[in-house]
Design a protein around this ligand. Structure first.
Ligand SMILES: [Zn+2]
Length: 228
């Protein structure tokens, strides 16, 4: 791997990690207001989601729409706070849509809808990353097991720091070392049967791996691809 590629490979995860930690730290220090806190919090959520997706992309080869849905879900779930800001619901707790129940509903929908499976799976992944950060924000926590349990899960800022470091290190080490050698191919159409009279047409680049660092020649039809 050339030095220039190596710098690019390291720059993005480290930049995302720095932004996540900086915005998280600012969010914890700025007195709460919907606009200021919301902006700081959502930027931290977005870059945390991006970092999580980069780490995940070392193991899976999914279409671009999977990653886009994950990034959108990693911030859009907070729209469920709007009723609270309008005076509806308990302001001392996050809405119950911040729970694994929402993830379960989306997973079931994905299982029932092959056509939208990649988007829904990406959304479920984005929600899990979002909830992990919300838990690390401390009180009021996240009622992950609602309605089975009403206990809010909380963790300290060290959890968030550890999470960011872990995602960054995983991405840097695996992408630099080129391991795992193969990635699990998800949500892709089955490979067409090879035939001398029917050449394989490569997939459109727009719906391939969104990870610019992991970009590689299209190999539609392969069951697994490399992490670079
Ligand atoms: Zn949230």
């Amino acid at each position: 791997m050339r030095g220039r590629d190596l710098i690019r490979l390291w720059a993005v995860p480290i930049l995302l990690a720095g932004i996540a930690l900086a915005f998280d730290a600012a969010d914890r220090r700025v007195p709460f207001s919907v606009l200021a806190s919301g902006a700081l919090d959502e930027v931290a959520h977005l870059v945390t989601g991006a970092l999580g997706m980069l780490a995940l992309a070392c193991f899976i080869d999914a279409p671009r729409r999977y990653y886009v849905a994950g990034l959108i879900a990693s911030v859009a779930i907070d729209l469920d706070h709007i009723p609270l800001y309008l005076g509806l619901g308990n302001p001392d707790q996050r809405p119950v849509t911040h729970s694994l129940t929402t993830v379960l509903v989306i997973v079931v929908a994905a299982a029932l809808s092959p056509r939208h499976r990649a988007v829904l799976a990406g959304a479920a992944t984005g929600l899990l990353i979002h909830f992990a950060r919300d838990i690390a924000e401390g009180s009021p926590g996240v009622r992950m097991l609602w309605p089975l349990q009403n206990t809010a899960w909380t963790a300290t800022s060290r959890w968030f720091l550890g999470m960011i470091i872990a995602l960054t290190v995983v991405r840097l080490i695996l992408a630099t070392a080129g391991i795992p050698r193969t990635r699990i191919r998800l949500f892709q159409p089955p490979a067409p049967a090879r035939s001398s009279s029917c050449p394989i047409v490569p997939a459109a680049p727009a719906d391939r791996d969104p990870d610019p660092e992991a970009a590689e020649p299209d190999r539609e039809g392969a069951s697994e691809t490399s992490c670079t």
